[in-house]
Write a new protein. Sequence first.
Length: 157
Amino acid sequence: MIRVLFVCTGNICRSPTGEAVLKAKVAEAGLADRIQVDSAGTTAYHIGEPPDSRSRAAARLRGYSMEGQKARQVEKADFDGFDYILALDRGHFRSLQRSCPEDKRDRLHMLMDFATLHAKGTDVPDPYYGGEDGFTTALTMVEDACDGLLADLKAHL
């Protein structure tokens, strides 16, 4: 079993989008019994809340479900329990590096390092600052990176 964790600020927009997209792609590939996907936030702002309604709407329009997702904060146990811990931007990557035990740092990645169409290593922009299309732009970038991520995951099965 490979375990994947998406991480953004409050776990209500970008990271739950990553969770929904990768879960759908994993299920479509027939790998749901071999790849587990979750998401979390670096802060405790929204614990227990569902993803932002605009994230859910953008995902729903493309056939992804965020049903049942509730925000949670990254825990120390996550560094042991997840094989891939994916930051949605450089700020979260640095935050994860500060919290992560030295011997687990190889599990930390920028999500966009797996991009196939967008520039590698870039941030998935915070949709709250992206104007009317912010949530759609973030979803498009997450979809792209999840395609590359799934290829990488398959290579490690």
